[in-house]
Design a protein around this ligand. Structure first.
Ligand SMILES: *Cc1c(COP(=O)(O)O)cnc(C)c1O
Length: 233
């Protein structure tokens, strides 16, 4: 447990180094601490150590922990089924995993019913891996147009990706760079409900490489909380 503090310090230092090497300040990179499988107690330790944003990949975990966790911004970072949007619409501050118009439309409907505007990221998959969710570059443009046209209670804040696993993260730098290109391209669109601010890429084993390719939001779990033990659940 005590490790969480020390781990956080280390991760922050690494973020700072990578950002500076890329000509940016450490503060330009938002750290989202990914707390899946972790207890509210552990999450609160991270919050006491300065974490402002936490990420979960399952609706159920957000609902289970929400009341016990200190005030913090929650990010939905995992695949989201349309029938579960209603459970988290007034709990999370951003949904990173929008990969279809159907999902965006449901978020829009639920956000409207709560009279709020939900920030979303589009999950892109420029490596086109069959096993991962996410949309191709061509589909991204179409999806942006459809959302801007029809979803008044949704604001598009940027892109998110999960890189393919590579033993050596340098090997997937081109992948991150490809997503950064898309981010720069679509970020130029002028529209009141498109306001690019976040390029969400990089996890424990590749966040430094992701930052060197232009990421400004990293989702880091095990490097902060330790290896996950799914068997405990
Ligand atoms: C689990 C998860 C992370 C964090 O993974 P670590 O390797 O533990 O840092 C980041 N993004 C998503 C979408 C995840 O599901």
């Amino acid at each position: 447990m005590e490790d969480i503090r020390a781990n956080l310090e280390k991760v922050r230092a690494q973020i700072g180094e990578a950002a500076e090497a890329n000509g940016r300040a450490a503060e330009d990179v938002l750290l989202v601490a990914v707390s899946k499988t972790r207890t509210p107690r552990e999450i609160n330790i991270a919050i006491d150590a300065g974490v402002t944003d936490i990420g979960e990949n399952k609706v159920q975990e957000i609902m289970d922990k929400f009341d016990e966790v200190k005030p913090v911004r929650w990010h939905m970072i995992g695949h989201l089924q349309t029938n579960k949007v209603k459970y988290i619409i007034d709990k999370v501050s951003m949904i990173h995993s929008v990969d279809s118009y159907k999902l965006a439309a449901e978020i829009n409907k639920r956000a409207a019913s709560k009279e709020l505007v939900m920030d979303i990221l589009l999950q892109v998959n420029s490596a086109r891996e069959e096993s991962k969710f996410g949309i191709s570059t061509d589909e991204t443009e179409q999806l942006i147009n459809d959302i801007l046209e029809n979803c008044e209670n949704v604001r598009i804040r940027g892109l998110m990706c999960i890189a393919p696993f590579a033993e050596n993260p340098e090997d997937i730098k081109v992948y991150f760079e490809e997503v950064k290109k898309q981010y720069d391209r679509f970020g130029k669109i002028e529209h009141p409900r498109l306001d690019f601010k976040y390029l969400s890429m990089g996890m424990s084993h590749d966040f430094q490489v992701a930052i060197s390719a232009g990421s400004n939001l990293v989702r880091v779990g095990s490097a902060i909380f330790g290896e996950r033990d799914y068997s405990k659940k």
